[in-house]
Design a binder for this molecule. Structure first.
Ligand code: GDP
Length: 295
């Protein structure tokens, strides 16, 4: 699991804290020093770690905590609350348009898992009783169109493509098609590049202007750590994101991106993906992840 190393370290630290009975300010500081190291080792952004530790410390060295009957337990509860808050506190639902279809634009760098995620989301939405239309707006990679068609066939979800046209025209035609065929969600899979460049951003901005998406979701690879955070910040500044989808949470990387990306970008993580199968997507619950990490 992605956070197993972090989880183990924190659980060790807290076991010692709990075992103490009475706590002094020094005990709290020592424990927090260990928490800080564990978070930094897990590749959580250092500013996020610093703010987090300050918030926890401020609450945890108060007399009510230290003098309570179960001070260790109270410190752990504070860590749990602040960890949850750092990831956005509560799960965030996808928005829907008042006038269907709801258009969701998926953006991201090449290899982030965008096309796979488009398929996973289509499957998820279909299970919720929605009628998605997948749109292949990556006209530069014929393989991407094919990949989406294969996913659509597996799910029995229609896929709109028109490789001869430009992505903006494809997106606009797809929304029209969805209207005519009573599809209430349009999932647009866009092109990715190896790096952020003006052309990519220009194209995404043009699609956004043409189809007025209710969600602009950035798909980011959690394995890329702090790079994922930088990429998200950049896309958000240029495009105005409504949410993030973190992929590859199944990998055994340090995973700090999942913990810091919300606080740094201000964008909610709406879903997390793991594995290559179509059912490998779930709504992101900050509280549940915090509980899993703290054990
Ligand atoms: P795109 O270029 O952003 O459209 O990326 P793809 O959807 O083609 O995914 C790139 C690679 O990552 C593919 O081999 C996918 O099977 C794989 N992939 C996507 N999402 C996940 C995930 O959550 N976990 C794992 N392990 N692999 C993933």
């Amino acid at each position: 699991m992605v956070f197993s190393a972090l989880s183990e370290k924190l659980q060790d630290t807290f076991r010692r804290l709990r075992g103490k009975g009475k706590l002094t300010e020094k005990d709290v500081d020592e424990a927090l020093r260990e928490v800080k190291l564990a978070l930094l080792e897990a590749d959580v952004n250092f500013r996020v770690v610093r703010n987090f530790i300050n918030r926890v410390r401020e609450r945890a060295v108060g007399q009510e905590v230290i003098n309570s009957l179960t001070p260790g337990q109270m410190v752990i509860k504070i860590v749990h609350q602040e960890l949850t808050g750092m990831m956005g506190a509560k799960a965030e639902k996808l928005k829907t348009s008042d006038r269907p279809p709801s258009v969701y634009l998926l953006a991201g760098l090449q290899g982030a898992g965008k096309t796979t995620t488009a398929g996973k989301l289509a499957g998820y939405l279909q299970k919720q009783g929605r009628r998605p239309l997948l749109v292949a707006a990556d006209v530069y990679r014929p393989a991407a169109v094919k990949q989406l068609e294969v996913l659509g066939a597996q799910l029995s979800v229609p896929v709109f493509s028109d490789p001869g046209r430009d992505p903006v025209a494809i997106a606009a035609a797809a929304v029209e098609k969805a209207r005519q065929t009573q599809r209430d969600v349009v999932l647009i899979d866009t092109a990715g590049r190896l790096h952020i460049d003006e052309e990519l951003m220009g194209e995404l901005a043009a699609i956004k202007a043409a189809v007025n998406p209710v969600e602009i979701l950035l798909v980011v690879d959690a394995m890329t750590g702090q790079d994922a955070v930088n990429v998200a910040q950049n896309f958000n500044e240029q495009l105005g994101l409504t949410g993030l989808i973190l992929t590859k949470l199944d990998s055994d990387t340090r995973g700090g991106a999942a913990l810091s990306i919300r606080e740094i970008t201000g964008c909610p993580i709406k879903f997390v993906g793991s594995g290559e199968k179509l059912d490998g997507i779930e709504v992101f619950h900050p509280e549940r992840l915090a509980s899993r990490i703290l054990g």
